[in-house]
Design a protein around this ligand. Structure first.
Ligand SMILES: [Zn+2]
Length: 164
């Protein structure tokens, strides 16, 4: 009689230090980190304004120029997050949504925080505004959106500030 295979497993942590580049989209992250500005790109041929920025227009493949966008926008679609990775677990529950910034023709997927998070606060058509962490690293998590009527409360908290 053959013995049944028994798999021995040990839970461990794998830690890897590495660098990665944002490539042609680096300006977006540098402007968020250093200047609290949100930059999209505008196609040099058809004029479409992309947010998140595209280095080349995804419609006509021509180069796009950097353009600063308004930090307020409208929610196109959203949901409330209850399950997430360890990086965001402390923020649960929080909203995420596709937000069309004023002046952009495409939408950015980003976190939407609220002091009173209920679906009606972050539904389609609601106006939101960007809030920045005071300590920024040049990452998407350097900023998030809040309902416009909560903006002043959020930027008065010690860890956050408004954009430029
Ligand atoms: Zn184009």
């Amino acid at each position: 009689m053959t013995e049944k295979f028994q798999d021995h497993q040990i839970r461990d942590i794998l830690k890897i230090n590495y660098k990665y580049t944002m490539g042609g989209q680096s300006k977006f992250f540098i402007e968020v980190m250093k200047n609290k500005k949100l930059f999209g790109t505008k196609c040099t041929k058809c004029g479409k304004t992309w947010m998140p920025p595209r280095i080349n227009c995804s419609d006509c493949y021509e180069p796009a120029d950097w353009v600063e966008l308004n930090q307020a926008g409208t929610i196109n679609v959203s949901t409330i997050v209850w399950y997430t990775t360890s990086a965001f677990i402390k923020a649960v529950p929080y909203g995420i949504g596709f937000i069309k910034l004023d002046g952009a023709e495409t939408s950015l997927l980003q976190g939407i925080f609220s002091e009173n998070l209920v679906p009606s606060k972050i539904k389609k058509g609601k106006r939101v505004k960007a809030v920045f962490n005071k300590e920024r690293e040049g990452k998407m998590t350097d900023f998030f959106f809040v309902p416009e009527d909560e903006y002043e409360n959020w930027i008065s908290k010690p860890e956050y500030e408004g954009g430029v």
